[in-house]
Design a protein around this ligand. Structure first.
Ligand code: ATR
Length: 273
C-alpha cells in the first residue's frame, strides 16, 4: 500500500492522519498515512530513510519546513516563494518534489467562507514563515492593497520588498495602521502564549472579516478580542488545515477530495461541534 506521513516535532497531536484517511476513503484511494517525530537534528536522515523504504510522499510541519526546503531535489514555484516546504512528493522518475500548499489552503478556506479578496484591503499581521507562505497566493487574488504589520518592523519591510513584484504590498508599523480594512489575517504566534498582536481596537468594525491561522477547541485569544470589539465574521485556521491537506492530497494522488464533510468530521472529533 502507498505510504505517506507527516514529519513534525512535536507531531503526536497532528490531525493530518485523520484528515488524509478520510480523504482516501472518500476518493477510494488505497494508502496509509502515519506520523514521524524525529529528533530535531535527525530530520534529514529520517526523510531519506522514509523515501528509501518506499514512501510516496509526506507532509512537513513545525519545525522542519525550512529544512525540507533545502533537502528536496526540485521546488514548485510556490514553495520557492514561500521559502518553506510542507508537502513532498516522490515523482515517478524518482525526483523529490517540494511544494507548499499552506497559502493555497488559506485562500481556499477564505473563499469557502465567502470572503471576497479581489479589490479588498487586507491587513496581514506577522512576518514569519506563515506570513511568507500566504503572501503570493493572497496577492494572486488581486487585492487593492495588502499591508503587513509586524512587531519587528524590519521583518515586515523585508517581506514587502521581497513580494512587491507580485502586487501592492507595503509594510506599516502597528501604530501607523489606518483603516478601514476588509480583512485581517493573524499569522502571528501570539495566541500560543495567550497574547495579542498590538492592534488598535478602532480598526475592528462590524463588516470586517477576521481570520486567525491558529485554532483551538474554543475561540483563539485574537478571535475573542475581535468579537469583543464588534467583528461579526471570524474564522480560525481549522479550515486552512483541511484545505492545505486537500491540496497536498491532490498533488500526490491527482484527485481532489471534497473538504466540507471532512471539516465537519474534524470539528466533531475535536469536540468543537
Ligand atoms: P511562523 O512560522 O508560525 O510564522 P515565526 O516564523 O516564528 O512562526 O513567526 C512568528 C510571528 O509571530 C512573527 O511575526 C512574530 O513577530 P516578530 O517577528 O516580532 O518576532 C509574531 N509574534 C509572536 N509573538 C507575538 C506577540 N506576542 N505579539 C505580536 N507578534 C508576535
Amino acid at each position: 500500500m502507498d505510504r505517506y506521513l507527516v514529519f513534525g516535532h512535536p507531531v503526536r497531536h497532528s490531525k493530518s492522519p485523520f484528515i488524509h484517511t478520510l480523504f482516501a476513503r472518500q476518493t477510494q484511494q488505497e494508502l496509509e498515512y502515519g506520523l514521524a517525530e524525529p529528533a530535531v537534528d535527525e530530520f534529514a536522515q529520517a526523510l531519506r530513510t522514509f523515501f528509501d523504504q518506499g514512501g510516496k510522499g509526506c507532509n512537513v510541519t513545525v519545525p522542519f519546513k525550512e529544512q525540507a526546503f533545502t533537502l528536496v531535489d526540485r521546488l514548485s514555484p510556490r514553495a520557492k516563494r514561500a521559502g518553506a516546504v510542507n508537502t513532498i512528493k516522490l515523482t515517478d522518475d524518482g525526483v523529490l518534489l517540494g511544494d507548499n500548499t499552506d497559502g493555497a489552503g488559506l485562500v481556499a478556506d477564505l473563499k469557502s467562507h465567502g470572503v471576497t479578496l479581489a479589490d479588498s484591503r487586507i491587513l496581514l499581521l506577522g512576518a514569519g514563515g506563515a506570513a511568507r507562505g500566504a503572501l503570493a497566493p493572497l496577492l494572486a487574488e488581486l487585492p487593492s492593497e495588502l499591508v503587513i504589520a509586524n512587531r519587528t518592523h524590519a521583518k515586515a519591510q523585508q517581506l514587502a520588498a521581497e513580494f512587491c513584484d507580485l502586487g501592492p504590498v507595503t509594510a506599516q508599523t502597528y501604530e501607523q495602521l489606518a483603516g478601514p480594512f476588509d480583512l485581517v489575517i493573524n499569522s502571528t504566534s501570539a495566541s500560543l502564549q495567550g497574547e495579542l498582536p498590538p492592534l488598535a481596537p478602532a480598526l475592528i468594525h462590524t463588516d470586517i472579516a477576521i481570520y486567525d491561522m491558529m485554532y483551538g477547541t474554543s475561540d483563539t485569544a485574537f478571535i475573542s478580542w475581535a468579537k469583543q470589539h464588534g467583528a461579526r465574521q471570524t474564522m480560525d485556521g481549522l479550515g486552512m488545515l483541511v484545505e492545505q491537506a486537500a491540496e497536498a492530497f491532490t498533488v500526490w494522488r491527482g484527485i481532489r477530495p471534497g473538504t466540507k464533510q471532512v471539516l465537519r468530521e474534524l470539528k466533531r472529533n475535536l469536540g468543537v461541534i
